[in-house]
Design a binder for this molecule. Structure first.
Ligand code: FES
Length: 93
C-alpha cells in the first residue's frame, strides 16, 4: 500500500491506491492546509520531494492555479492529487 510522508514533521500514513490526498489528510488530521478544496485558491500548493510520478498528472486547470500561486517548478495542488504510489510532500511557502 502506498505511503504518504509529510516532510514538515515526518508523519506518514498508508493510503490505498486511488485515494485522494485531500481525503487522506482529512481522515488523519495530517499536517497540510487546504482552503477551497476544489483547485482554485492555491492554499494547498505543495512539492513532491519523492514520488512525483506516483500521482495522476495535473490538469490544465490545476496548472493554471499553481502558476498563479508559485513559480516553484513541479508544484502541485494537494486537493487535486490522487495517490498511486509512495510520495513525500512539502508545502510551498
Ligand atoms: S485547497 Fe484551494 S486549490 Fe487546493
Amino acid at each position: 500500500m502506498p505511503k504518504v510522508t509529510f516532510l514538515v514533521n515526518g508523519a506518514s500514513f498508508d493510503a490505498p491506491v486511488g485515494t485522494r490526498f485531500l481525503d487522506l489528510c482529512e481522515r488523519n488530521d495530517a499536517p497540510h492546509d487546504f482552503g477551497c478544496t476544489v483547485g482554485s485558491c492555491g492554499t494547498c500548493c505543495l512539492t513532491l520531494e519523492q514520488g512525483a510520478a506516483n500521482v495522476d498528472p495535473a490538469s490544465s486547470d490545476e496548472l493554471e492555479t499553481v502558476e498563479m500561486r508559485t513559480s516553484v517548478k513541479g508544484a502541485r495542488l494537494g486537493c487535486q492529487l490522487v495517490i498511486r504510489g509512495d510520495i513525500a510532500v512539502k508545502p510551498v511557502d
